[in-house]
Design a protein around this ligand. Sequence first.
Ligand code: SF4
Length: 198
Amino acid sequence: MADILYTYKDSVYANITNKCNCRCTFCIRFVKDGVGDADTLWHQTNPTLTQVLDAIRDFDFSGYNELVFCGYGEPTCQLDILLEAAAYAKREKGLKIRLNTNGQGSAENGRDIVPELAKVIDSVSVSLNAPSKEEYEAVTKPLHPDGFEHMLEFTRRCREEIKDVRWSIVDVLPEEKIERCRALSKEHNIPLKIRKKA
Ligand code: SF4
């Protein structure tokens, strides 16, 4: 099986599913198999809850204080495992929990999932990718109609209930688009993180 937990820079990441409801044109999954110390992040079959909990139980988190749900897929596509595993890591390992997400989780699960996330997630990073509906949908290719609006509403709800929430973009965007992302961030009062390309 592929690595469920892997380290990259200063954090431990949990790769709980390869399912995803977007088809981003830049997705690293279509470029290479692994990230950080993981040889491959493609699961033959997606892990079970027991396998994820065992991986967290057996991992030596010395020197780390945060677990990030991210990986080769969208964690909210496997919401049941995400919630259980986050609660377990918090309770048993005393870790802070971050969710990196495409923001389609409520559309995917057919309900507002933010109250459930708020019980176990300390911070959320939502991929903004682009500053307008047309540009977002062209680059992210969400499977749910109105993906841009779903992402906006999800982020807004996270900001209400979880507080430590940001949008992220990568610094490869042209400066003009970055400026419009900054304006969107200001308009919606969502902090914007501009990441360096990995
Ligand atoms: S949301 Fe993430 S995993 Fe899904 S296609 Fe986009 S970059 Fe890849």
